[in-house]
Write a protein that binds this ligand. Structure first.
Ligand code: WTA
Length: 652
């Protein structure tokens, strides 16, 4: 690795683009990362440069080696070091900030709960002792199926304390999805809750968990149930089911000796949609992951202990893991946890929370920003958001228009925005500007971070010219990278790696361009994964659920410009496409995949466009959904269908 730039350019030189926006002087002067020499330092030091990240952590046994790359693509970061993630997120802060708030939680019904670092320490220890009592041992995988309640981060940290990897399943996913993930992770412990509120209604989560249990192949040894709803929902507990509160009460005041883990030991597994219908179990190692997350929380998100920081992502996904829990707590800040939706009870909710808590760093997705824009600037404008110092975005590309809106109406026209590119697999931010150093370009994520060897290449692995589309790849390992897949080494190698002449290259699955200054623009996925409401779904997963509906013959799913899901559906000739069928499709998607997997638009069409070999032309369907020009369709087996589909889309 001779340079951190995609195109061999140094990042400490001014960019050529006149439209680039320099970091504001006031911000630059106080930024965590303010020395442009960091780009050069990483470029010259190679992997050793990542000591800066690892040295942000407390090690039980200090590491001597930074990277073992003897058996690519199986890389080991800080392989001889030992540490405990919960100690790094909780215990080590007790001396300096035991009474500082670690978590400020806001519930859907206006409830509030706060945890100081001392409170967090007490509850994490009590739960860790409780889990031990239930039989959880080091390396047992514990599945967590909880909404955004404080018990979720507490449970993650309790698992980490005893060396039991966690497997968080997003609470909105279906019983079927939970069953698959319990089996795939070989997990026999579950922590869930009675239910939670969806707007006004109490929703029964426990019954979903019970269904999953019936569907799963393996047996559960023990289930812990958090009481979220109190009297609003009574659930009865079976013989091997335990109330969270009683478990924690029974062990209150106990301390559990943290288990020192090898840096390469598993911290957690997180299932994500891959290129096949079955989700992949992405495994993250303890040391490299935590080091990379801590370093980026400080240097990219500019977070320090004195901040009140809010990452709005759900902990059920990787963003919530890395920047809602491990990042903020490892650096010792106060993190906001919000259970509700941004427009309930009203559209002032988010701005009201920022104002009341003096949030200084706010991190969300372009999907959310698009909603805020749709609702109108009057909502943020009537709040005092002057506490905001930095804004972040993640999950999809943000348009320059949305970028400017975000900056003007949330960032007071002043705050820098970091557009951060990363993935479940990268563990932590890989491409972004350093907000006190690197100029911003609205709509472009920016250059790779120091130490990230990102390259945009063509089919043959050759770098593309500026402005030309190519594949985003990473040419050398980085600390936050997945250590493997639950499905085994072979699948890991096949899914992600290609061996090139100059070494192994990680394939991100994203298309991208790079400009003259080395700034990357993400074009979207090049595989069968679509990003919906900032979450990843596999098209086959959605399509197979739709085809499961009686009367449906074929389905093709694409994403449109708004990040919405458009489903093209063909039906049997004796079936009337109409409202009842739409409802049935919606219900089946929710049941098989989960709440977030709804189809925003369902277009009934007599046929789907196919190539001569019978492959559905998704790209064409995407262009139609987006109202874009598309090329010559004469090579299709059924070109006549295109006109019909277009008119069906228009008449919706
Ligand atoms: C997309 C979320 C454009 C990308 C952290 C990636 C982005 C996928 C950005 C990973 C961004 C993430 N600009 N696209 N700033 N950040 N993506 O695993 O397609 O849920 O491959 O991780 O989201 O989604 P995942």
């Amino acid at each position: 690795m001779d340079d951190a730039g995609v195109d061999g350019r140094r990042r400490d030189r001014p960019v050529a683009d006149d439209d680039a926006i320099e970091p504001p002087t006031g911000f630059r002067e106080r930024a965590v990362a303010s020395d442009a020499g960091v780009y050069d330092a990483f470029a010259t030091e190679g992997p050793d440069a990542w000591r800066r990240a690892a040295d942000l952590l407390d090690w039980e046994r200090p590491y001597e080696r930074v990277l073992d790359d003897g058996d690519p693509p199986f890389y080991e970061w800080f392989p001889d070091g030992r540490l405990n993630a919960a100690v790094n997120c909780v215990d080590r802060h007790l001396d300096e900030r035991r009474n500082q708030l670690a978590i400020r939680w806001f519930g859907k019904r206006g409830e509030r709960r706060s945890y100081t670092y001392l409170d967090l320490h007490r509850e994490v220890n009590a739960l860790a002792a409780g889990l031990r009592e239930l039989g959880v041992e080091e390396d047992d995988v514990v599945t967590l199926y909880l909404p955004m309640v404080p018990e979720l981060p507490v449970a993650m940290l309790a698992c980490a304390r005893i060396g039991a990897p966690h497997n968080v399943v997003f609470a909105g996913l279906s019983a079927e999805a939970l069953a698959t993930r319990l089996d795939a992770a070989d997990s026999s412990y579950l922590i869930t809750c009675d239910g939670y509120y969806r707007r006004e209604d109490a929703f029964n989560q426990k019954s979903k968990a019970d269904n999953a249990r019936l569907r799963a192949d393996g047996d559960l040894a023990a289930t812990v149930v958090v009481d979220r709803l109190g009297d609003a929902l009574d659930v009865s507990l079976g013989a091997d089911e335990h109330a969270y509160e009683s478990l924690v009460d029974a062990h209150d005041g106990e301390t559990v000796e943290p288990v020192a883990r090898d840096a390469t030991d598993l911290l957690f597994v997180m299932y994500t949609s891959g290129t096949t219908g079955r989700p992949k179990g992405v495994e993250h190692a303890t040391g490299g992951y935590l080091a990379h997350v801590a370093w980026t929380t400080r240097n990219v998100l500019d977070v320090r202990p004195s901040d009140t920081y809010w990452c709005a992502a759900d902990i059920g996904w990787i963003t919530g893991h890395s920047y809602g829990v491990y990042g903020p707590l490892s650096v010792g800040t106060t993190t906001v946890l919000y259970e509700g939706s941004p427009d309930y009870p009203d559209r002032d909710r988010v701005w009201d929370l920022i104002e009341r808590n003096a949030v200084s760093v706010f991190y969300t997705s372009p999907t959310a920003i698009r909603s805020f824009m749709k609702w109108g600037a009057e909502y943020p404008d009537r709040h005092d958001l002057s506490s905001i110092r930095l804004l972040g975005t993640v999950g999809e590309s943000i348009t320059p228009k949305a970028w400017r809106w975000y900056r003007d109406h949330v960032g007071g026209g002043e705050a820098p925005i970091v557009d951060t590119w990363w993935q479940t697999e990268t563990g932590a931010i890989a491409l972004a500007t350093l907000p006190g150093i690197t100029p911003m370009k609205p709509g472009r994520v920016g250059p790779p971070l120091p130490g990230i060897d990102a390259r945009v290449v063509d089919e043959d692995g050759e770098p593309v010219d500026p402005g030309e589309p190519g594949y985003l790849t990473i040419g050398s390992p980085w600390p936050g990278m997945l250590r493997g897949l639950r499905e085994g080494d072979e699948r890991y190698r096949r899914e992600y790696w290609v061996e090139a002449e100059d070494g192994w290259r990680y394939r991100t699955g994203d298309g991208a361009t790079v400009d003259e200054d080395g700034y990357v623009t993400i074009l979207g996925r090049v595989d069968d994964v679509i990003n919906v409401r900032a979450q990843r779904f596999n098209t086959a997963e959605l399509e197979s659920a739709i085809v499961g509906v009686e009367g449906v013959t074929e389905a093709a799913v694409v994403g449109d410009d708004d990040g919405d899901v458009v489903a093209y559906v063909t039906t049997r000739s004796d079936v009337e496409p109409g409202e009842p069928l739409r409802t049935a499709i919606g219900e089946e998607l929710a049941r098989e995949v989960g709440d977030l997997a709804r189809a925003d638009r369902i277009v009934f069409t007599p046929d789907l466009p196919k190539t001569r070999s019978g492959k559905i032309m998704r790209r064409l369907l995407e262009d139609i959904a987006r109202g874009e020009e598309f090329g010559d369709v004469s090579a299709l087996r059924n070109p006549e269908v295109v006109g019909e589909i277009e008119s069906a889309v228009r008449s919706e």
